[in-house]
Write a protein that binds this ligand. Structure first.
Ligand code: EPZ
Length: 422
């Protein structure tokens, strides 16, 4: 048996919803808990499978892990690489954050090459180059990453690309390295700021987070703390786009003005009104046809690649021809083929998708191939005439806490159904 979503388009969204803690902040915060043998609590953790897999990984490595509602407590007194790490790491990319934490903690780590979404090759050269600069011997062979270093020593590390994961791994190493490390051309995402703040709450000495140069003065020991991630800006953005596309009046608690401002340049239609205050964002829209737009993903603070499939869904019925260029991942247009089953007109040329807006989309049998692509399919299905069946729900569940429940609570006709594996 497996879960699919069944969705029928045509209904506006109404009501309010609170966004859970950010998946891409919670995962590195959980990894940071390995850097101390004291208890670390991470609050507002979403009930999603990537977090479950990470807590399972930590448990199998010997950490004490306890989940009480949205709070996860980790006490990594005795940690050893789990025998079956391979199986779990194969399922999720975020196990890569354990690379830095385990190297810093144990001086040696073997992590199977991670699996993850099929959105393009996921090399690790920036991670390993940085670790080598900190004094580690780092190599990849036979599907395994092997790093070893008796004592990490601070260094200047110029990153060839502001990789989010590499910035996080190197932050975790630098926090307890000897001396000063500067990460130059590092990632600036809010999740980096969250990790820097967490390390400082644990006694670390990190500054410059959010800019392109982070300076870390290593400390001998980190202590326990309670860490609070920001709300998930990608989930918030997904819901903001859902209202813009489907129409309605929705308040997204936990969404910030920054989340709204990052999307308004693309989806503002004549009748859409949006406002933000300290608690959240309210979007009112009568679901009229959006104007076509041009968009290009890039590292923060520019348009997030994790919003690309959802924005793509908004372009399908826009008035005119839209263009979306994906510059972060090489192969993040798998959803285009699915949209074409619904009658969308799409031309892919390299990293650019040209989308000719159509008057209507029709429901179809769709298959999600990755997490955010799956969210995009849900939005398009709810903007289509008739019923759609969406497979690949397991991808969506990696990063959205019951996306179908959230949308149906807001009035959408979408439900989870158990069906036979075909
Ligand atoms: C993080 O992935 C996020 N995942 C991704 O979100 C997000 O799309 C991505 O950052 C970009 O913002 C988590 O935080 C768990 P990168 P990460 O290293 O760290 C290349 C989601 O849907 N690269 O910034 O893997 C890489 O191939 C997920 O929540 C190298 O070439 O992303 C990619 O093209 C999907 N060498 C680009 O950089 C390296 O050593 C960006 O990757 C590392 C990366």
């Amino acid at each position: 048996m497996k879960d699919i979503f069944v969705a029928t388009g045509g209904r506006p969204l109404k009501g309010s919803i609170r966004v859970h803690g950010a998946k891409n902040a919670v995962l590195p915060l959980l990894a940071a808990s390995i850097l101390t043998d004291e208890a670390v609590a991470v609050d507002d953790c979403p009930f999603i499978s990537d977090v479950d897999a990470m807590t399972c990984l930590l448990t199998r490595m010997g950490a004490q892990v306890e989940r009480m509602g949205r709070r996860i407590c980790v006490r990594a007194k005795d940690v050893m690489p789990a025998e079956d790490m391979k199986e779990l790491c194969g399922a999720m990319r975020s196990s890569m954050f354990l690379l830095g934490a385990l190297l810093a903690r144990q001086g040696e780590v073997r992590v199977p090459l991670p699996g993850g979404c099929k959105i393009g090759d996921r090399p690790l050269d920036i991670h390993l180059d940085g670790m080598a600069k900190l004094g580690a011997e780092a190599s990849v062979s036979a599907g395994e990453v092997h790093c070893r270093c008796s004592r990490l020593k601070g260094a200047d590390i110029v990153m060839r690309y502001p990789s989010v994961g590499a910035t996080e791994n190197l932050l975790l190493c630098a926090a307890v390295a000897e001396g000063r490390t500067r990460l130059i051309n590092c990632a600036r995402e809010p999740e980096i700021i969250a990790l820097a703040r967490a390390l400082n709450a644990m006694g670390g000495r990190v500054r410059g987070e959010g800019s392109s140069v982070i300076t870390v003065d290593g400390v001998d020991k980190l202590h326990g703390a309670t860490l609070v991630p920001d709300p998930d800006r990608i989930v918030a953005g997904t819901l903001i786009l859902a209202v813009a596309l489907l129409g309605g009046d929705v308040t997204v608690f936990g969404a910030s003005k920054r989340d709204l401002d990052s999307l308004l340049p693309y989806v503002c239609s004549p009748d859409m009104r949006a406002s933000a205050d300290g608690a959240g964002v309210r979007v009112v829209c009568d679901g009229g046809r959006m104007r076509a737009f041009e968009a290009c993903t890039a590292p923060y603070p520019l348009l997030a690649t994790d919003m690309q499939p959802q924005l793509f869904a908004c372009a399908l019925k826009a008035r005119g021809v839209s263009r979306i260029t994906e510059t972060v991942f090489r192969n993040r247009f798998a959803h285009a083929r699915q949209f074409e089953k619904m009658g969308a007109k799409i031309y892919l040329t390299g990293s650019t998708a040209t989308i000719v807006g159509v008057d209507a989309l029709r429901g179809a049998a769709l298959k999600a191939d990755d997490l955010r692509g799956g969210a995009g399919l849900c939005l398009a299905a709810l903007a289509a005439e008739g019923e759609s069946r969406i497979e690949g729900v397991e991808y969506i569940d990696r990063g959205y806490e019951g996306l179908e429940e959230t949308l149906s609570l807001l009035g959408a006709d979408i439900r989870r159904v158990r069906v036979d594996e075909k």
